[in-house]
Design a protein around this ligand. Structure first.
Ligand code: B12
Length: 383
């Protein structure tokens, strides 16, 4: 048997902790920040360029980093917005901690980023009135927290490692589909279900590959090749699996607008289909109006949404609110998941979702334990 470690699962989730530490920005101020995103990134970039005319001495051991590009500044704002919307510095602090590690791995100084953040705050301040204090406080808290060690993850994973995992990871990085499929076949021969292989081998390998990119050990092209190979071998094995008879339930799956990470959603799709659900998987970055329109058109009993980062929280909350408002009392059950929620399961309440599962195996358990009311498809009056 190649399974080498099994940690008992934390079958129950940690209790949902309250998240807000400051009063969130008012809806109006938040909308102002969102509408000024482009403008602020451009303005802050210009200010930084101007300031760079007389750059401070970077010091003997601090490599001089280029100033942030507009795209980077825009990304920073996108991760700041969920903190402003919730009054909680954690989303932005987590993002800064990640950014710090990415820059360190590339021998880039972090200080220019702090300069960029301060420039953006200066550009936003005139538009925020007294709420500028919230922005300042959140920035300070996030920068301080990002300098501390990362807090323990709130949701302990069911963590099964396979001895073949390093070889599988290498096969993905080489784009070697035959080798990857042969390793998967080894596990299947040992009696492992496809879904267990997806969740405990493929997902883990991609997470390791993400870490290797973060540490600057592999290139973006290598990561893309590995992800493409993983998607192909998953689809290949899935196509060879007999499906059970349909169970009469429909599930519509999508990555929320802005989320381009679709492999996890495909695993959720496989899980539901292998359990007899009729599934439509809309894949990456689904525009919210089109998602809502498809819910109305197809009338699933379950909607499953994927979020990878905290910067997807507001879009997800908006999508859920729009689905509920469009469907009224016949709204489907809405389940969420993705890395953003695995880091902070308590966001489920913020989103207004009905449920959360940490992985594709979990969504199945949840769906089977509490199937939604008969699919609205069975009732033409519904939704
Ligand atoms: C592949 C990849 C990409 C690909 C995705 C392609 C594709 N077709 O999916 C591309 C190139 C598009 C990409 C882009 C980016 N990425 Co990326 N990406 C990854 C990588 C390496 C693997 C993702 C993956 O497939 N993981 C495996 C799947 C199975 O895991 P998963 O999605 O979490 O899904 C599991 C659970 O979360 C759950 N689940 C997921 N969805 C749902 C939904 C429901 C309803 C349920 C119940 C459960 C559930 O089930 C799955 C397992 O069973 C990760 C590394 C990592 N840690 O995952 C980085 C990673 C997520 N990316 C990262 C970054 C920074 C980015 C970019 C910002 C990079 C950039 N500069 O542009 C962009 C942002 C794009 C965007 N707007 O979304 C960072 C995020 C860091 C952070 N701040 O947290 C990571 C962690 C890499 C790293 N270590 O630095 N990325």
């Amino acid at each position: 048997m190649t399974l080498n470690t099994t940690h008992p699962a934390a079958a129950t989730q940690a209790p949902l902790a309250p998240l807000a530490s400051l009063a969130p920005l008012s809806a109006q101020a938040l909308q102002t920040v969102q509408s000024l995103r482009e403008q602020v990134a451009v303005q802050a970039r210009l200010r930084l360029q101007h300031a760079q005319g007389t750059p401070p001495d970077p010091g003997p051991r601090t490599p001089q980093a280029p100033i942030s590009s507009e795209a980077e500044l825009r990304q920073q704002l996108e991760f700041l917005i969920p903190s402003l919307a919730t009054g909680n510095s954690r989303p932005f602090a987590n993002y800064l901690r990640w950014l710090r590690s990415v820059r360190q791995a590339r021998r880039l100084a972090f200080e220019p980023l702090n300069d960029g953040l301060l420039c953006m705050a200066e550009c936003l301040a005139p538009h925020l009135g007294p709420e500028k204090n919230t922005l300042d406080q959140l920035l300070q808290d996030s920068i301080r927290a990002s300098e501390e060690a990362a807090p323990a993850r709130r949701c302990e994973a069911e963590d099964r490692g396979f001895a073949i995992q390093p070889r599988f990871e290498e096969a993905l990085l080489q784009g070697d589909r035959a080798a990857a499929l042969a390793l998967m076949a080894e596990l299947e021969t040992e009696g492992l279900a496809l879904l267990e292989i997806e969740v405990h081998l493929i997902a883990r390998s991609l997470q390791q590959i993400g870490l290797r990119w973060q540490r600057n050990e592999i290139s973006v092209a290598q990561e893309h090749l590995a992800t493409a190979t993983a998607s192909t071998v998953m689809a290949d094995r899935f196509a060879h699996h007999p499906l059970p008879p349909l169970n009469g339930q429909r599930a519509l799956l999508a990555c929320v607008q802005g989320n381009r990470h679709s492999v996890g959603l495909s695993m959720v799709s496989d899980a539901l289909e292998l359990a007899g659900w009729e599934v439509q998987c809309l894949g990456a970055d689904t525009p919210t109006p089109d998602l809502v329109a498809q819910v109305l058109a197809w009338r699933p009993g379950l909607v499953a949404l994927s979020l990878a980062f905290s910067s997807h929280l507001l879009e997800a909350r908006e999508a859920i609110a729009q689905i509920r408002s469009a469907c009224g009392r016949a709204a489907p059950r809405i389940v969420v998941g993705g890395e953003a929620l695995n880091q902070e399961p308590a966001w489920v309440d913020f989103l207004g979702a009905d449920g959360y599962a940490r992985d594709a195996l979990g969504v199945l358990r949840e769906a089977q334990a509490r199937p939604p009311e008969a699919s609205p498809a069975a009732n033409p009056q519904a939704c």
